[in-house]
Design a protein around this ligand. Structure first.
Ligand SMILES: Cc1ncc(COP(=O)(O)O)c(C=O)c1O
Length: 391
C-alpha cells in the first residue's frame, strides 16, 4: 500500500492478495505444495523460492502466510516480516541468523522464561555467551558490551512486573556497539508500541498472544528491514523448518483485523482494575505501567500508547492469600496464557517462575503474594466481583 494509512486501516486491509476467484475475505490456502506448468518452471521455482518467484512448498512460504507477513510488517512499520510456527521459533530463528559461535548477547533479565533458557542453556552449547542485565539500567547495558557483542535482546514492559526498558536509549547503545537490537513486542503489540520507530532493528512476536487474541493457535514473527537478515530467515525456514501452518496464519491474519479495538479496550479495562486494586485494603501493591504511581510511568507514556492488558498485584498474606484469590474466581480462567479476550489469572511464584530458586525469584521481585491478571473483554464490574470473592 503506497499511501500512509492509519493502524486501524492497516489491520483490516494491509497485505490482502485476492485470488482469481475475487473472494472478499482473505483465502486460506491449505496446501502443502504448489504445481508448475512444466519441468523448467519447477526448476526455476526450486532455484529461487519465495513470494516473488511463485510458490513451491509451504515450508518455504504460502500465500496465506504472505498475507499475514505483509499485514504485520505494515502494522509494525517494518519493510518485511517472516512468520514462524511459534514465538519461541521466531526468537530462535532471528538468533540463529544474527549469531555464530564466539558471539556475545546482552539480554534483559526480565524476559520470558523460555527465552532465558534459549540464551543461557541452548545457545550456550553452541559457543554463544549471554550476559543478563537489568532491563531499566542503561549503565548495565553499556557495561555488558564487549568486542564480540552482536545482539541486544529485551521485552518491554516486562512480565509480570511491568519494568520498562528505554528502547531508544538502548538502541543507541546497541548501535554504537555494532549490535542489533531485537525487541519482543508481545505485551504492547504495534498498536501500543512501535519499537522499529524507536531504533530497534527487529521486532519479534508470539502471535499466540494478542495477535490471535482468542487463544486458538500458536504462531510467531520477526519484523524488520529488507536485507540479509530477512533473507537469512527465509533460508532458515526452508532449511530448518519452523514454518507456520497456513491455517494458523489465517486465524492470526483475521485476528489482526480487531487488534486495535481489542488492545485499546483491554488496556482500558486493565487500567480501571489497576486503579480499583490500588485502593483495595487487601492489596499491598499494583504493578501496571498505566498507573501514575508506576515508577516508570513517564517513560512508558513516552513509548507506549496505553498500559496494555497485563497487570500484577501483591495480596497481603503471601501465597495462601494469593491462591485464595485465584481459587475463588468463577469467571476468570486459571491458565498460563495471556493476550486472550477471556481474562486469565496466574500465580507467578508457583507457575511461570516456579522453577527458579527462591533467591533468584526474590531477586526478580516475584513475591509469594503476587498475582498476574491478563485482562480480557469482560465487563469491569463482573471482573471486580469475581476478584472480590477471594480478596
Ligand atoms: C513475552 C513472550 N515472548 C515469547 C513467548 C513465546 O511464545 P510462544 O508460546 O508462541 O512460543 C511468550 C509466551 O508466553 C511470551 O509471553
Amino acid at each position: 500500500m503506497a499511501e500512509k494509512l492509519e493502524l486501524s486501516t492497516l489491520g483490516v486491509r494491509a497485505g490482502t492478495a485476492r485470488s482469481d476467484f475475487s473472494e472478499h475475505s482473505e483465502a486460506l490456502f491449505l496446501t502443502s505444495s504448489f504445481v508448475f506448468e512444466n519441468a523448467a518452471a519447477a526448476a526455476a521455482g526450486f532455484g529461487d523460492p519465495g513470494a516473488g518467484a511463485g510458490y513451491v512448498y509451504s515450508r518455504y512460504t504460502n500465500p496465506t502466510v504472505t498475507m499475514l507477513q505483509d499485514r504485520l510488517a505494515a502494522l509494525e512499520g517494518g519493510e518485511a516480516c517472516i512468520a514462524t510456527a511459534s514465538g519461541m521459533s521466531a526468537i530462535l530463528a532471528v538468533s540463529m541468523v544474527l549469531l555464530k559461535a564466539g558471539d556475545h548477547v546482552v539480554c534483559s533479565n526480565a524476559v520470558f522464561g523460555a527465552t532465558v533458557q534459549l540464551y543461557a542453556t541452548l545457545l550456550a552449547r553452541f559457543g554463544i555467551e549471554t550476559t543478563f542485565v537489568s532491563p531499566a539500567k542503561l549503565e548495565d547495558w553499556q557495561r555488558a558490551v564487549r568486542p564480540g557483542t552482536k545482539l541486544f535482546y529485551l521485552e518491554t514492559p516486562s512480565n509480570p512486573l511491568g519494568e520498562v526498558s528505554d528502547i531508544a536509549a538502548i538502541a543507541a547503545i546497541a548501535k554504537k556497539a555494532g549490535a542489533a537490537l531485537v525487541v519482543d513486542n508481545v505485551f504492547c503489540t504495534p498498536i501500543l508500541q512501535r519499537p522499529l520507530e524507536l531504533g530497534a532493528d527487529f521486532v519479534v512476536h508470539s502471535a499466540t498472544k494478542h495477535l490471535d487474541g482468542q487463544g486458538r493457535v500458536l504462531g510467531g514473527a520477526v519484523i524488520g528491514r529488507k536485507g540479509p537478515v530477512i533473507d537469512g530467515l527465509q533460508a532458515f525456514l526452508r532449511t530448518a523448518g519452523p514454518s507456520i501452518s497456513p491455517f494458523n496464519a489465517w486465524v492470526i491474519l483475521k485476528g489482526l483485523e480487531t487488534l486495535e479495538i481489542r488492545m485499546l479496550a483491554q488496556s482500558e479495562r486493565a487500567l480501571a482494575l489497576a486503579r480499583w486494586l490500588e485502593k483495595h485494603p487487601k492489596v499491598e501493591r499494583v504493578h501496571y505501567t498505566g498507573l501514575e504511581s508506576h515508577p516508570q510511568h513517564a517513560l512508558a507514556k513516552k513509548q507506549q500508547r496505553a498500559g496494555g492488558a497485563v497487570l500484577a498485584f501483591e495480596v497481603k498474606g503471601g501465597k495462601e492469600a494469593a491462591w485464595k484469590v485465584i481459587d475463588s474466581t468463577k469467571l476468570i480462567s486459571i491458565t498460563g496464557n495471556l493476550g486472550d479476550v477471556k481474562t486469565t489469572i496466574t500465580h507467578p511464584a508457583t507457575t511461570t517462575h516456579g522453577r527458579l530458586k527462591p533467591e533468584a525469584r526474590a531477586a526478580a521481585g516475584i513475591r509469594d503474594g503476587l498475582v498476574r491478571l491478563a485482562v480480557g473483554l469482560e465487563a469491569v464490574e463482573d471482573l471486580k466481583a469475581d476478584l472480590s470473592r477471594g480478596l
